[in-house]
Design a protein around this ligand. Structure first.
Ligand SMILES: [Zn+2]
Length: 139
């Protein structure tokens, strides 16, 4: 199973499409909305799943962004990991997987801090560890 990997051809195509400039765009990568990073990829390129692969299982070129190390690191530590946990919870909910019975159907929005037991209805997939995460966020 190599669900987390793009094919070599997809990576080649993404790199060609990028023009050797980082394709990261917008807040997902810690950039201003609509702003593309455009950092030169000659110093290092990584291939990012635009839509997190654990959720979409999409390894197509359209879901592959050739990004610089800085952008990839930022997105992985600030976006992908929290999103993965959230998506697992939402998938569980959509599929009727619950650890506790739903006692009330109405109410204003979600609770601020869901109980830990709800989070663990299904263990999230481990984050991709291409590098050691840095301690501080970039903002
Ligand atoms: Zn970048």
């Amino acid at each position: 199973m190599s669900r987390r990997e793009f094919t070599k051809q997809t990576k080649r195509d993404a790199l060609r499409r990028s023009g050797l400039l980082c394709e990261a765009i917008g807040a997902m990568y810690g950039l201003p909305a609509g702003h593309r990073c455009n950092a030169p990829l000659s110093v290092g390129v990584q291939y990012d799943h635009v839509v997190l692969d654990a959720n979409s299982k999409d390894n197509s070129l359209e879901n592959c962004a050739a990004v610089c190390v800085k952008c990839h690191r930022w997105k992985t530590s600030n976006h992908d990991t929290p999103m993965a946990a959230k998506t697992v919870r939402m998938q569980d909910k959509a599929r009727g997987i619950r650890t506790a019975p739903v006692t009330k159907m109405k109410g204003p929005g979600f609770p601020k801090s869901p109980k830990a037991s709800r989070r663990q209805a299904k263990a999230p997939l481990p984050p991709r560890q291409l590098f050691k995460p840095i301690e501080e966020t970039r903002s």
